[in-house]
Structure formats: structure tokens, C-alpha cells
Design a protein around this ligand. Structure first.
Ligand SMILES: *Cc1c(COP(=O)(O)O)cnc(C)c1O
Length: 433
């Protein structure tokens, strides 16, 4: 099972090709991956690594999960794409399955996360005009500082990241940003222009920003502020959703996860609009979706929104299987239990090496270590390069923060082995401080 495929080229050669022929829109760690299985990936030379990025939480079910891949192949041999000009025999059952799974009445299927966010924005605006009575073209959507919702021109218009935003203007108007995890700032903004605000859109934990967990009660408070003012609450659970944080959704209302979910009253909040992506397909195929109840979703009528690939039979079959794997293998529960263990173990390292490490934080298996250095320093990058040498892949986000998000199929002994690798990198780097 662990034999490497014979590489056609060396890692160096693959990297040179990307450098020469690909746009330089990413700055990858110098590792070339050629195979994956469960929690592991292998590079072109056959070296094995633990994957602690999981493709930004798209591969929650583990690399090349056999059930998902079998479903993919089986459906690919049968019917892949019809467009929505016709019905297909996968979409309806998939939509019913998603609706039952997440507890919202209707589904609008898309492909990538950013498209689903765009879809939610369009639904919220249209609802604002047609149901709330906002004057034409004046709808506002309130978002949080340091947000990450994707890369389209509209979405980057409300980003606070200069790299994501710079020189891509003119920007789409209609968005207001408030500090994250600050109920009073949110209340003040929602009281300012209440009649023109269609929605608030939040990540329940800010993943890209560096795994910022909001203060307890924040999400519930925002939902209540919205409900009192006839404002929609949109949860972007593209990264936090589908088991990752030890709950099926971070914001979890009347879903039927049957106890697989940590139903703390604090997060027991039903969003009006739910955005899913990433792990919805277990990393096998781009699949995203927006869910909402009838009275909201009905603002979208034929011809008003769509996508050639959205809702295709291949996506429906893959996503259904990916969600069944989450439930059958109790991955939400595993994320919760091993997340506690991971943070407790890493906290010991933080306590032992306060010169190098500032803190560890997160929920479930979405965690981050903050390095005790400036965001401009190379310390986190060097840390990740050394971790890779030991056999563990993670990537810095925003300079001095390292996210740790392994596939949810990881086991306790594997977590412990990885904590050991983190400790040995810390020891080596601390010796040089
Ligand atoms: C990854 C992500 C997106 C964008 O998804 P893409 O598939 O890359 O377009 C949006 N929101 C959140 C919270 C994400 O993590």
C-alpha cells in the first residue's frame, strides 16, 4: 500500500515546470505530491507525509476515500453532465438528502465555494428587495473584518487583505465590514441602516485569517440581532462545516445529525442561509451548495441564476457518498475527541517553549499555533519546511500562524506521532533562538 509510483520526473523538475508555465498566484511549500490515501500523501520520490492541511479542509474524509472514489467512477461511467436544461435522476434525491442532513428546506447546487458565496449574496439581495422592501439597488450586506469568502471580484470587494484586493478595483459596492467577534460593533452597524440591510454574512470560525474562534455567545447574539431586525443570517461554513470543528456545522440548528454533533446551546443557531463547499465532495470533485428555507429560496425563479455544472449527476452522487462517510465513520465525533487531545498536547509544548510559541487555539480538528514572531518574519515558514522534512505538511497563514487541519479519519496514535514531530521541530528551532 505504501509503494511509490515511479515518478516520470523529479520533484525539482515538476516545480520548475510550474514555475515556468504556471501563473505565480500561489507560493507552495517545496513539496511535489503524487499520491494520497487517508491521512497520508506521498511526494514524487515516494516520501510519506501526514497531510495537516487537507486541501484547506476539503479532504475531511481522507485522501481518495474508497467509497467516494468508487461512487465517482461508477457515476462517471453512467452519466456525468446534463445541464439543468433537463432533469437528471440524481439531483432530486441529493437535494432531499442535503435538506434532511442540514435541516433547511431547499438547496441551490453550485461547484466552487466562491460561486456558492456569490449565490448567497444574490439570494440575500433579491430577498431584501422582494421580501423586506429595500429600495432598489440599495441593499447592504454586513461582513466581518479579516473575512475570507473566496476570490471573485465581488467577494474581494469586501476583503480586508491587501493582497487579495489590491489593484483589482473598481470594487462592488453594498458591503460594510465590522470587527469580528464584537457584538456591540455589530449591533451599532445593524441599527444604523436597518431598513437597507439584507444580511449579515460570517464565518463561524475564521479559518483563513488564522483560526479565530469568536467569543462564546457571539454567533447566537448576532443571529438574534438579525432576527429582531428582519435581516438574514448567512453562515459561510465552507471551511468549518461537515465535521471539521467537532460539530456537523459550527452553527447547527435543527439538523438531523442524531448526536454526531456537539450541540452546545452556544452554537445551536440556525442560519437563514447556509453555504457549503470543500468537504461536501471529500476532495474528489468541486461541489458547493447554498441551503435556505422555502420563503427565502423562492425569490430565485427560472433564468435568474444558474451554472452549467451545478447540480450535475456526478457531483450529486459524489457528495451524497461523502456525507454518508462522515456519518458512518463518526468523523465529527472523532474530530471533537482528537481535537481536544491535540490541543492539550500542543499546549504542553507551548508551555515548555514560550519563546518560540505564543498559543494554540481552535475547535475540533481546525487548530492553529501562533508563532511568537512578527507576521513579516520567516519563522512560521521555516517551521513548516522543517515539519515537512520530518514528514508532516502544514502551511502558514498570515505570516506567523500555522493551521493544523488533518483529515478527520486520523487516529489517536497518529496525532501523537505528529505532536512528537511538532515538538522536535520546536526543540531544534528554540535551540537557535
Ligand atoms: C475556501 C473558502 C471559500 C472559497 O472556496 P473556493 O472553493 O476556493 O472558491 C469561501 N469561504 C470560506 C470560509 C473558505 O474557507
Amino acid at each position: 500500500m505504501t509503494t511509490a509510483t515511479t515518478p516520470r520526473l523529479s520533484s525539482d523538475e515538476y516545480m520548475k515546470l510550474e514555475d515556468q508555465y504556471g501563473a505565480h498566484n500561489y507560493h507552495p511549500l517545496p513539496v511535489v505530491l503524487s499520491r494520497g490515501e487517508g491521512v497520508h500523501v506521498w511526494d514524487a520520490e515516494g516520501k510519506q507525509y501526514y497531510d495537516f492541511l487537507s486541501a484547506y479542509s476539503a479532504v475531511n474524509q481522507g485522501h481518495c476515500h474508497p467509497r467516494i472514489i468508487n461512487k465517482l467512477v461508477e457515476q462517471a461511467r453512467t452519466l456525468t453532465l446534463t445541464s439543468r436544461a433537463f432533469y437528471n435522476d440524481q439531483l432530486g434525491e441529493y437535494e432531499r438528502y442535503l435538506s434532511d442532513y442540514f435541516g433547511l428546506e431547499k438547496v441551490l447546487p453550485m461547484n466552487t465555494g466562491a460561486e456558492a458565496v456569490e449565490t448567497a449574496v444574490k439570494i440575500a439581495r433579491k430577498w431584501g428587495y422582494e421580501k423586506k422592501g429595500i429600495p432598489s439597488n440599495e441593499a447592504k450586506i454586513v461582513v466581518a473584518g479579516q473575512n475570507f469568502h473566496g476570490r471573485t471580484t465581488t467577494i474581494i470587494s469586501f476583503s480586508s487583505d491587501p493582497d487579495a484586493k489590491g489593484n483589482f478595483g473598481p470594487y462592488t459596492p453594498g458591503f460594510v465590514s465590522v470587527p469580528y467577534s464584537d457584538v456591540e460593533a455589530m449591533r451599532a452597524e445593524l441599527d444604523k441602516d436597518t431598513d437597507k440591510i439584507a444580511a449579515v454574512m460570517l464565518e463561524p470560525i475564521q479559518g483563513e485569517a488564522g483560526v479565530f474562534v469568536p467569543t462564546e455567545g457571539y454567533l447566537k447574539a448576532v443571529k438574534e440581532l438579525c432576527a429582531e431586525r428582519n435581516i438574514l443570517f448567512i453562515a459561510d461554513e465552507i471551511q468549518t462545516g461537515i465535521g471539521r470543528t467537532g460539530a456537523l456545522l459550527r452553527i447547527c440548528g435543527d439538523c438531523t445529525c442524531q448526536g454526531h454533533c456537539e450541540r452546545q446551546p452556544e452554537t445551536y443557531v440556525t442560519p437563514d442561509v447556509l453555504i457549503l463547499g470543500k468537504a461536501l465532495s471529500g476532495g474528489a470533485y468541486p461541489v458547493s451548495a447554498v441551503l435556505a428555507n422555502n420563503e427565502i429560496m423562492e425569490v430565485i425563479q427560472p433564468g435568474q441564476h444558474g451554472s452549467t455544472f451545478g447540480g450535475n449527476p456526478l457531483a450529486c452522487a459524489v457528495a451524497t457518498e461523502a456525507l454518508e462517510v462522515i456519518r458512518d465513520e463518526k468523523l465529527t465525533q472523532n474530530a471533537r475527541e482528537l481535537g481536544h487531545h491535540f490541543r492539550a498536547e500542543v499546549q504542553k509544548i507551548v508551555d515548555d517553549y514560550p519563546g518560540l510559541l505564543k498559543l494554540v487555539r481552535g475547535k475540533g480538528l481546525l487548530n492553529a499555533i501562533v508563532i511568537n514572531d512578527s507576521p513579516e518574519s520567516k519563522t512560521a515558514w521555516n517551521f513548516c519546511v522543517k515539519l515537512a522534512e520530518k514528514g508532516m505538511l502544514a502551511k502558514p497563514t498570515h505570516g506567523n500562524i500555522i493551521r493544523f487541519a488533518p483529515p478527520l479519519v486520523i487516529m489517536k496514535e497518529q496525532i501523537e506521532e505528529c505532536v512528537g514531530m511538532i515538538r522536535s521541530v520546536v526543540e531544534e528551532m528554540d535551540a537557535k533562538l
